[in-house]
Design a protein around this ligand. Structure first.
Ligand code: URA
Ligand code: SF4
Length: 298
């Protein structure tokens, strides 16, 4: 939730008063004549999960005409001045929130900011934002590009075929998936599975930066060009991979994205070499993985 410029910031260390922000913003909307507010499904779930009564905006019964969940909910009753709004968008869309600040550094604040984020147009077409998952004390953090269709539906990162391959890469590094922190630089799915634009990645970047600062992993592996360009700036992935870089004092190893490996399996050799460097930095011996692989093959 974007803090209003007129409000005092919370005292250092104090929890952000999300409900006060929300109430102030709703008051402002009411004074501006807005009668209905669209809440994305993830925000509705978060706000109303513990409340036995139904949410303020009732869910309409599913019908073939019902717009996809990322579209505004149909109004419960006709607006008083229907002509004042475009007919295809009866509910008022919240104003875009400002890009996330680089200082929202606690997990609950970050999670609610992502759930309510409208800082770029991707919020209009997403179903669920994909925050990230895994150990918040992870030694290893892996950062991809943006959610795909499955991730958008599940709200979890890397659940597609590339994610399955990523799971094998993590296993080869002698970690389990839950020991690693996984996220993307862009939290909402670009429609049609396209690559996020640089502007979308820039709008979303600070969420990943804050996640890095909260996890403080020993090593970050950047998966693919979008993650590399967004966190370290535009540069060649081919030339950057295999070499150590640094972000916020943390060693960073860029490598190819597992989705690229599905198309170009020959690049697995380079990725394995990059991951071995990361393993050594984390005190793990890649020869052990190779010994295990030989054992399971024989
Ligand atoms: N799934 C993700 O969560 N991220 C990617 O970059 C690709 C697939
Ligand atoms: Fe906000 Fe990021 Fe989603 Fe854009 S992609 S709406 S910046 S969370």
């Amino acid at each position: 939730m974007q803090r209003q410029a007129t409000r005092e910031p919370p005292a250092p260390g104090a929890a952000p008063d999300i409900f006060a922000d929300l109430t102030a913003w709703l008051e402002q909307q009411k004074q501006a004549g807005v009668e209905r507010i669209y809440l994305p499904p993830a925000v509705r779930a978060e706000l109303f999960e513990d409340i036995a009564i139904s949410p303020v905006i009732p869910q309409p019964a599913p019908s073939p005409e019902r717009p996809p969940p990322s579209e505004p909910m149909p109004a419960a009753r006709p607006p008083v001045q229907p002509a004042a709004r475009p007919p295809s968008r009866p509910a008022a869309a919240p104003p875009p929130s400002a890009p996330p600040s680089a200082t929202d550094r606690d997990w609950p604040a970050l999670a609610s900011a992502v759930a309510a984020c409208t800082a770029c147009d991707l919020h209009r077409t997403r179903d669920l934002p994909v925050f990230g998952e895994g150990s918040r004390q992870a030694e290893l953090m892996m950062i991809g590009a943006a959610p795909g269709a499955g991730e958008d539906r599940d709200g979890r990162p890397f659940t597609d075929a590339a994610g399955e391959l990523l799971g094998k890469m993590i296993g080869a590094m002698q970690f389990s998936r839950s020991e690693v922190y996984l996220t993307n630089v862009v939290k909402c799915r670009p429609a049609g599975g396209r690559r996020p634009t640089a502007a979308e990645a820039e709008a979303c970047r600070n969420y990943a930066v804050n996640q890095i600062k909260l996890v403080r992993p020993k090593v970050i592996v950047l998966l693919g060009e979008v993650a590399l360009h967004t966190l370290l700036g535009p540069r060649s992935l081919t030339r950057s991979r295999g070499h150590w870089h640094e972000f916020a004092g943390i060693p960073v190893m860029p490598t190819y994205h597992p989705a690229y490996l599905l198309q170009s399996p020959k690049a697995k050799r380079e990725v394995w070499s990059d991951l071995q460097q990361a393993m050594r930095r984390l005190g793990r011996d890649p020869r052990e993985t190779m010994r295990q692989t030989r054992m399971t093959k024989s």
